[in-house]
Write a protein that binds this ligand. Structure first.
Ligand SMILES: *Cc1c(COP(=O)(O)O)cnc(C)c1O
Length: 244
């Protein structure tokens, strides 16, 4: 069974002991359950997306064997061999990374979900290229919620236009919103961008858009995200170990 946290210095007595992916998953589920209890939410409302980017196929096998179903990948080239591999149960694949428009065909046809749609051109290509034999592609719109110049995502000001366009695209199902906020360690600071994303979803729902998904929260901030209404948390490091 693959082991996480394995690259330990022999002199580092404070480093965590290696734990299995199954144990790491159990810990993350316990964190989700505890965060739901604090927030008075049903844990069944929160889906754990295991972010396996850069990790080998063996890590996916280990997580699948431990009951994990949904997997997130960010880099298409790294992801494709893993998507093509044979598994005892078919993983549900989510694309969560930046989308180059020349890569949309594989994203459109090999994933069940895309969390990182942030412009009309990319959305249109995904819809046009999604095979008719497949159900519509579940999409979240990535919002640049912290307003960082270098970060992907549609600005809150331009979100309405993107929502209206995606709603008209026949091979996409608009499910909700996604964000990757600026890093913060203080829980109160972590909560602010998540609350802002949740408020954008409330506003869109009041305009008649049926959105059921808030994809927000990662290893370091999933508790804050659940407190603000996350329905999908995307966790990599705390399941599979640090990425090199
Ligand atoms: C890598 C990644 C994650 C997982 O981050 P961790 O901090 O390792 O849990 C979540 N979401 C996106 C979009 C990512 O690229």
């Amino acid at each position: 069974m693959p082991v996480v946290y394995s690259a330990l210095s022999v002199n580092d007595t404070t480093a965590p002991k290696p734990i299995s992916i199954a144990d790491a998953l159990a810990r993350v589920h316990a964190r989700i359950a505890a965060a739901c209890q604090v927030a008075n939410r049903d844990p069944a409302e929160v889906t754990l997306l295991a972010v396996s980017k850069t990790k080998p196929e063996s890590a996916i096998h280990a997580a699948l064997a431990a009951g994990q179903t949904a997997f997130g990948e960010s880099y298409l080239q790294d992801a494709m061999p893993k998507l093509m591999a044979a598994y005892p149960r078919q993983p549900e694949w989510h694309f969560i990374g930046p989308i180059q428009s020349n890569k949309t065909r594989d994203i459109a046809n090999h994933f069940a979900w895309v969390h990182s749609v942030d412009r009309i051109k990319v959305a249109r290509r995904l819809s046009d290229q999604r095979d008719d034999s497949l159900p519509p592609l579940n999409c979240c719109l990535q919002v640049n919620i912290s307003g960082e110049a270098a970060k992907a995502g549609v600005s809150p000001a331009e979100l309405g236009e993107l929502v209206a366009a995606v709603r008209e695209m026949p091979r996409l199902t608009l499910r909700g919103l996604m964000c990757i906020p600026a890093r913060a360690t203080d829980p109160a600071a972590q909560a602010l961008p998540f609350r802002a994303l949740a408020e954008l979803a409330v506003a869109l729902r009041s305009e008649g858009h049926a959105l059921d998904t808030l994809s927000m929260g990662m290893s370091a901030d999933l508790e804050a995200a659940i407190a603000e209404g996350a329905t999908i948390v995307r966790v990599g490091t705390d399941i599979f170990g640090a990425r090199s």
